[in-house]
Structures are given as C-alpha cells and as structure tokens.
Design a protein around this ligand. Structure first.
Ligand SMILES: [Zn+2]
Ligand SMILES: [Zn+2]
Length: 360
C-alpha cells in the first residue's frame, strides 16, 4: 500500500480525505452536535516518560504526584524477569496489574530490563560523553546522506555484529545520552505494539498510512541522524528474540519519521493550565490526521492513558475537524506561526491566522 492511500475508516462521524494541498484532513460526515466525543483512544502506539520524570510518573496512567516518587515497582512482582525493575514505576497495584495483563508483555519487560541494565552499567562512560556536533553546519543533509547511513548500517555493521558472540556484540554498543535512551525505550514500545496488535486494527492501519517527516526533521536537526544510528544499534544488540524480528530499517524509520511532527505531549494536567509539567510524549496514529487550527473545533483531553477528542462547537457536514497542536492559542499570530513552522514544518493557513495577519 502506498503511504498516501487512505483505505480505512476511523470513525462513523468523520472521514479522512486528501486535501488540495496534498495533505490529509478529517471532515465531518454529517452534522455533529457540540460536546460529542468524536474520537476516544484507549492506548498509544508507543509512549515515553521524560528521563527526569521517570520515577515520578506512572508508566501506565501517567499520573504525576507533585514530584513524589511512584511507590510500586515491577521487581516486587517479577523478581526473576526484572530484577532492576525494567525502568518502570507505577502509581498503584492496579496500574501494575493492568500493565502485566497485556498480551505477551514479558517480551517488552525483558527488553526494558536489558536496556535499563545496560544504561546503569554505562554510567561512568556517560560521564565522559560530550555533546558532539558531528554535522557540518554548511552541509544540508540530503535523502542520499540518510540512505548512505542506513546502507552502512545494514551492509557492514549488521553483518559484522551477526558474526560476533553475544558478549562481544554488547561491547560494540554505543554510549547513549538520556534522549537516546528514551528513544530506545520508545521505539521498543512501538515495536511491541506492532508485534502484538491485530494487523488489521484501525491503529495499525492508521500507523501504516502516516506520512514521514524524516527528511525535513533531520535537515532541521542533523544530530538526529547520529541519534537514530545509536538507537538502532542498541535495539539491534539488546532486543530479545521475540521482538527482534520486528526491527527492520524500514519499520524503524517509519516509526521515527512519523513520530516527528505527530507525537502528542503528555502533560501533567488539563490542556490549558499554565505551569503544568511536560512529562513525556506518545504517538497516537489515529489522532494524527487532525490538522492544526488556531481556532480549533476539537478539544483534546487526557484521562489516564486515554485521549479524548471532543467537539467544542457544533460541526456541520463536510466541516474540517481540527485540534490545537501545542497550546499556543493565546499567543500572537507571528509567534504561533513561528512555533508551528519550527515544530510541524508548515505555514498555518487557518482562518484565524489569515484574519490576524491582515489586521497586522
Ligand atoms: Zn497509574
Ligand atoms: Zn493558524
């Protein structure tokens, strides 16, 4: 299937159509009254809690209790499988139970535990790690540069690793920084979902149809090419056998390429309060087809791990359904457009922007 084909149905309330600009958008199939929940998502494809908050946020319901460390750990329940707790913290017995009841969760726990063990054992190597800026600022990264990196990985690094014994493979692991470590866990979570979900479920179809922002994002942040290389190498060496077959360069690149510009922040509390903490992010492929508007007709709210999109004004048939990507509605038009361009690579053409630009 070509990535642009939309052949799945997300909801009986709205449909995804290709717009005249080549992007996709969601349009109401009929008149829908205000306060209707048009999309309720029960679980993300993948999520990650920021490193600084990982002990303070429940990895299941994302509860944050004013900086208090979450009390429930995995090793109390699975001392053999996860003696170090797999880098997971839970708010309650219920959340731990929810997590442990997921189909084939042992494979993800094993992966998390291996990552955590490796992370802890490399602390002294990390101390000497400098923030290296490998990219030449004069050189604009091209598709060919990205492909060259992947060819090198697949045609020389992978065969070299495959010839080694496990213990030597591990000596080849790159030293990760916190962001890379988070990314390793995030991709593993996505791979786990891909391995265990029903291939024809809506989330999987929505994921496969997402557009990739790989090139534009890497051109903006060239360091990401090195990050991707380090993350891929770590996953390749450490993923347990149940998950490793999922790790191909194509799937890996689609996960990160579509994550760029499509992830949803996990915030401490209600969408619009000012001093709330940014706890992490998740990828919700089904909700990634909503475009941004600076006067959106959808409000999104999180309820535990559920994300709910509700109409805040009545929608007429064929009206586009939009969300606010970043909580920027209170900012002046110039700042809003700047943030959208930097983070999502587009010039906002919403009615409010057009009006406010004319008003100057
Ligand atoms: Zn919880
Ligand atoms: Zn706008």
């Amino acid at each position: 299937m070509k990535p642009n084909d939309i052949e799945f149905e997300l909801s009986e309330l709205f449909e995804i159509r290709t717009t005249k600009y080549g992007g996709r958008a969601c349009f109401a199939r009929r008149d829908i009254p205000v306060d209707t929940d048009v999309l309720v998502l029960h679980r993300a494809l993948g999520s990650i809690v920021c490193h600084e908050f990982r002990k303070e946020v429940c990895c299941v319901c994302f509860l944050y209790d004013n900086g208090r460390t979450m009390k429930v750990r995995l090793m109390e329940k699975c001392p053999k499988l996860a003696p170090k707790g797999a880098g997971l913290w839970f708010c309650s017995e219920k959340c731990r139970h929810d997590f442990l009841s997921r189909d084939r969760i042992e494979s993800l726990i094993e992966a998390y535990e291996l990552f955590e063990t490796n992370w802890l054992s490399r602390a002294s190597d990390r101390a000497g790690l400098e923030d290296c800026q490998t990219a030449d600022p004069e050189h604009q990264i091209s598709k060919t540069d990205i492909q060259r990196m992947w060819d090198g990985l697949e045609h020389s690094w992978v065969p070299m690793i495959d010839r080694m014994k496990l213990i030597r493979q591990r000596s080849q692991l790159p030293v990760l920084n916190e962001d890379e470590y988070g990314c390793v866990r995030f991709v593993a979570h996505c791979l786990f979902t891909l391995a265990t979900a029903n291939k024809s479920c809506v989330q999987m179809q929505a994921f496969r149809s997402l557009q990739s922002n790989e090139l534009v994002k890497i051109q903006q942040y060239p360091i990401l090419l090195k990050v991707q290389e380090n993350v891929f190498k770590t996953l390749y060496v450490l993923l347990p056998p149940q998950l490793k077959p999922m790790l191909t360069s194509a799937i890996f690149r689609h996960i990160l390429g579509s994550e760029y510009g499509n992830s949803f922040g996990i915030w401490e509390s209600a969408e619009c309060s000012e001093s709330r903490e940014y706890l992490g992010y998740c990828v919700l492929p089904e909700a990634s087809y909503f475009n941004h508007s600076c006067a959106p007709n959808l409000a999104k709210r999180r309820q535990g791990e559920r994300m709910i999109f509700t109409l805040n004004s009545p929608a007429q048939k064929d009206q586009e359904l939009c969300i606010d990507y970043k909580g920027i509605l209170g900012l002046p038009v110039k700042e809003r457009r700047c943030i959208l361009q930097e983070n999502w690579f587009f010039d906002c053409g919403c009615e409010r922007c057009l009006r406010e630009m004319v008003e100057g």
